[in-house]
Design a protein around this ligand. Structure first.
Ligand code: RIB
Length: 299
């Protein structure tokens, strides 16, 4: 089954700092690396590494060669990526000891998507195939509407969360990926059980995957709820771990695996990703995920 992931492509300027800079403060960094990232690109690479047939849709700027090269190297089909004048999207990322990060985004080419090009990409896909979206490109409402009327199944990771997302027709989404913070922003509740209850009530056709950091991840749909515990790892850089989770989950689901197994594979992939530096650079190969699951199965 094919997946169109229409999303952002960013150049990530990643600074290693003792602590994340406070307002008014200046800190020195111990290193700067430029990685390929963007929630969209990271999720495409995770899908491809997990073995899915993934096409990335989106826009890069004149500086987009490394982003296209990252697609090529990891087996992501880039025929629906257009290059336009100006800059690609980018991110300034501070990573502190312990792996926590802080991100400032510049939209660049990610904000220049046009309906004609979206239509061209969507027309390549058939009823029952998947469209995956995040919230770093413009035109989500149009993409959801059009993909739904074309009979595609839609997976949405509304990250970074903005209130506007509520007007995008979430009821048309088959699979919603959220972390705890986004769950709270969407439902105004702080308890995961409450979040799930509200989401399942308001969007009865939508399966919910809620990641809870150290408390694991939950799948909830049609009255079924599964929890997969988190794996204990020493975190070096959490950037892109959620994207790794999303890509591995959707790859497993479209491969016909049970939701429980999808959670296990996604959690194992994300655990490996946080132990490495970078966003797309930290996404593990499928063989590494299988090895971890074999060597230390979920109990
Ligand atoms: O989820 C991590 C990603 O968020 C980074 O790669 C950065 O580009 C931002 O989009």
């Amino acid at each position: 089954m094919r997946i169109l992931n229409y999303g952002s492509l960013n150049l990530d300027y990643t600074y290693h700092v003792q602590h994340i800079v406070a307002p008014g403060e200046t800190v020195a960094s111990s290193g700067l690396e430029v990685f390929c990232g963007g929630k969209g690109l990271n999720q495409s690479i995770a899908l491809a590494k997990a073995g899915a047939s993934v096409f990335h849709g989106g826009m890069t700027g004149e500086d987009g060669d490394p982003l296209l090269e990252a697609c090529r190297r990891s087996g992501v089909d880039s025929r629906f990526i257009r290059r336009i004048e100006g800059r690609s999207g980018s991110a300034v990322i501070q990573v502190e000891r312990g792996g926590q990060n802080s991100i400032v985004l510049y939209g660049g080419a990610n904000q220049a998507n046009k309906p004609e090009f979206v239509d061209e990409a969507l027309a390549f896909f058939e009823e029952g195939e998947w469209l995956l979206l995040q919230n770093e490109v413009n035109g989500l409402d149009y993409m959801i509407e059009k993909a739904h009327s074309n009979g595609l199944k839609i997976a949405l990771n509304p990250s970074p969360f903005q209130e506007d997302i509520l007007k995008c027709g979430i009821e048309k989404v088959s699979l919603l990926f959220l972390n705890e913070v986004e769950g709270e922003q969407l439902t105004k509740k702080t308890e995961p059980e409450q979040m799930i209850k509200i989401l399942n009530r308001e969007y009865p056709e939508t399966a919910v995957v809620l990641t809870l950091g150290g408390a694991g991840a939950v799948y909830a749909a049609g009255g079924e709820v599964f929890l997969c515990p988190a794996r204990k790892v020493e975190a070096l850089d959490t950037t892109g771990a959620g994207d790794t989770f999303t890509g591995y989950f959707l790859a497993a689901l479209t491969d016909g695996k049970t939701p429980r197994r999808c959670l296990e594979e996604a959690a194992a992939a994300a655990a490996i990703a946080v132990s490495r530096l970078g966003a797309s650079a930290s996404i593990p190969e499928r063989s590494e995920v299988e090895k971890l699951l074999n060597d230390s199965p979920v109990r």
